[in-house]
Structure formats: structure tokens, C-alpha cells
Design a binder for this molecule. Structure first.
Ligand code: IDP
Ligand code: MG
Length: 153
């Protein structure tokens, strides 16, 4: 199984609502391994680079205003097919369409307040991880529980 790294952001609504720990706990409990973690407030430049694919869309200005409005928690998670594992745990972009049991489906109501970002492909993940973390801030570590989570660690 392909081991991947993916970028997760607990967005400003998640931090302001005190849900950073609850959101990360769900991903950790699933078996994903933390290899990077920080609290920061995004500036407009970082927001523009992170959301470059959405520039020009009707929701773009509001999205940048929102994502820069308060601190976020940035995390890099590692595991087999981590990109897809995080995306499925997040649920659909529009929380009212996100399945119960997903982070958005359980904890959010609106598209513009959907709590979490997760990279949508391994290529996006590589680009996005590099936006938020220096190589020296990522920690490669051996987790003792790995054989109980991953068949061939
Ligand atoms: P994703 O976060 O599920 O990957 P994207 O389509 O990449 O969804 O959109 C990025 C973010 O932009 C969404 O998470 C959401 O916060 C916001 N967004 C996307 N579409 C809309 C919209 O139609 N209205 C308001 N906000 C939107
Ligand atoms: Mg996206």
C-alpha cells in the first residue's frame, strides 16, 4: 500500500470553536500518523498560494478573508493512501451533503465554514505541505503501534 503524506488544515472556524483537538483526534484515531504540526495565522500571500486554483471564482474573496481571519492548525499526516483517507474522513465540501460520521457531516453546516482542509491528490499534497512546512519541520519517526494499524508497515 502506497504510504503518502497529506496536508490538513483546521480552519479558523475549527480553532475558534475549540475543535482543533477533536478534529485531529479523529484522524489520529483512524491510524494516520502526525509528522508535522503547527499553529499559525495565514497571511493573504500564503492564502493566495494555497488557494491558487480557486482564484477568480465567486467565493474566492470571501474564502481568503475567512482563512486569514484567525489562527489555523496545520498538520501533515502520513499513512497508506493518506490523501484519500483524510478526504473520506472530512466528508463532502458542502457539510449538508457530507455523510454523518464525517467531520463536516457531524460538526458543520455551511460550505464557507466547513472546518477542515485536506489535500485532494498526492501532487496537491506535495505542493501544499511545502507551503506550510520546511523539510526540517517534518519528523520521520517509528510508531510502535504501526503493525497493529498497517499490515505491512
Ligand atoms: P474542499 O475543501 O472540499 O477541497 P474546494 O472545492 O477545494 O473544496 O474548495 C475550497 C474551499 O472553498 C472549500 O472547502 C470551502 O471552504 C470554499 N468553497 C468552495 N466552494 C464554495 C462555494 O460555492 N461557496 C462558498 N465557499 C466555497
Ligand atoms: Mg480542495
Amino acid at each position: 500500500m502506497e504510504v503518502q503524506r497529506t496536508l490538513v488544515l483546521v480552519k479558523p472556524d475549527g480553532v475558534q470553536r475549540g475543535l482543533s483537538g477533536a478534529i485531529l483526534a479523529r484522524l489520529e484515531a483512524r491510524g494516520l500518523k502526525l509528522v508535522g504540526l503547527k499553529l499559525l495565522q495565514m497571511d493573504r500571500e500564503l492564502a493566495a498560494r494555497h488557494y491558487a486554483e480557486h482564484q477568480g471564482k465567486p467565493f474566492y474573496k470571501g474564502l481568503v478573508k475567512f482563512i486569514t481571519s484567525a489562527p489555523i492548525v496545520a498538520a501533515v499526516l502520513e499513512g497508506p493512501r493518506a490523501v484519500e483517507a483524510v478526504r473520506s474522513a472530512m466528508g463532502k465540501t458542502n457539510p449538508t451533503e457530507a455523510a454523518p460520521g464525517t467531520i463536516r457531516g457531524d460538526l458543520a453546516l455551511e460550505m464557507g465554514r466547513n472546518l477542515i482542509h485536506g489535500s485532494d491528490s498526492p501532487e496537491s499534497a506535495a505542493r501544499e505541505v511545502a507551503l506550510f512546512f520546511k523539510a526540517s519541520e517534518l519528523v520521520a519517526w517509528r510508531r510502535d503501534a504501526d503493525p497493529w494499524i498497517i499490515e505491512k508497515p
